[in-house]
Design a protein around this ligand. Structure first.
Ligand SMILES: Nc1ncnc2c1ncn2[C@@H]1O[C@H](COP(=O)(O)OP(=O)(O)OP(=O)(O)O)[C@@H](O)[C@H]1O
Length: 268
């Protein structure tokens, strides 16, 4: 097995806004991601945590190819990914994203069957010989019955919609799954089911997962390692257990204390 990390970011910077100009005296520039160095090793689940506005989604979208305008270096499987190369079908297929709001991330007019299999048209290399059988198998793997094939997202629960999103991503046999707050919109019991599903699928599909969340309780259930993001920068990375037991950066301690306060409020 290669030692090359699946994802290597060096000095990754994503800037939004408009700079100051003689006719525009106020600059609105923000570095949402500000010089991030980060590795995601093959087969691991790395959680990226941080408070709202810290830049997690921007980093995730950049890695998933949804933001092409960035500075710094992004290597996937050792190869430098230039912004232009993002259009390479093989790279697009290899990195799939699961979004926060399962309902709005699915086309309401399309059936479950169409949603899950649509990617095969754009990526014939991932298309199976027998699409019908492959579709049923995919649905089974994410815990959905084949009777749902003709249903539309509006007829499904939030948890079922998220399972459809996961099946859609898996249909393309990705190597990296980027989950952006993928369980945040779900009830706690459904959250646990989807986390369990992701853990099982990680093994079955040999996946690497970049898991974005603000919820430190969720991190403990799914992540091998954690990277803590604050104001566009990574302030600490470490194995999940170690980070909970002995956080180094004061901001990580603040996040953990805040999470503990929320947990104890929920208990009382
Ligand atoms: N399209 C955009 N245009 C301008 N500024 C943006 C854009 N997207 C994000 N930002 C800014 O970049 C910063 C980081 O936002 P981002 O959504 O990445 O943070 P986050 O950690 O994911 O927050 P949340 O958990 O609330 O989603 C914020 O200051 C945000 O206002």
């Amino acid at each position: 097995m290669s030692d090359t990390p699946l994802v290597a970011l060096d000095g990754l910077t994503v800037r939004f806004g408009r700079p100051r100009r003689p006719w525009r005296p106020t600059s609105t520039v923000t570095d949402a991601v500000a010089g991030v160095d980060l590795r995601v090793e093959r087969g691991e689940t790395l959680a990226l945590v941080g408070e709202s506005g810290s830049g997690k989604t921007t980093l995730a979208r950049c890695v998933a190819g949804l933001i092409g305008d960035y500075a710094g270096e992004f290597r996937f499987d050792g190869d430098l990914v230039a912004a232009r190369a993002r259009r390479r079908p093989e790279l697009r297929r290899s990195i799939q994203m699961v979004f926060q709001d399962p309902r709005s991330s699915l086309n309401p007019r399309m059936t479950v069957g169409k949603i899950v299999t649509e990617g095969w048209e754009a990526h014939p290399s991932a298309a199976p010989d027998d699409p019908k059988t492959a579709l049923v198998a995919l649905l089974d793997q994410v815990g959905l019955d084949e009777s749902l094939i003709g249903r539309r997202p509006g007829e499904l629960s939030g948890g079922q919609c998220q399972r459809v999103s996961i099946a859609r991503a898996l249909a393309l046999r990705p190597r990296l799954l980027v989950c952006d707050e993928a369980v945040s919109a779900l009830d706690v019991s459904v959250q646990a089911q989807i986390l369990r599903l992701l853990i099982d699928l990680r093994g079955a599909y040999d996946l690497t997962i970049l898991f974005i969340t603000h919820d430190l309780g969720v991190v403990r259930q799914i992540a091998d390692r954690v990277a803590v993001m604050r104001r566009g920068e990574i302030v600490e990375t470490g194995a999940t257990a170690g980070l909970y037991e002995a956080p180094v950066h004061p901001y990580t301690r603040e996040l953990l204390d805040a999470a503990l306060d929320i947990e104890s409020e929920a208990v009382n």
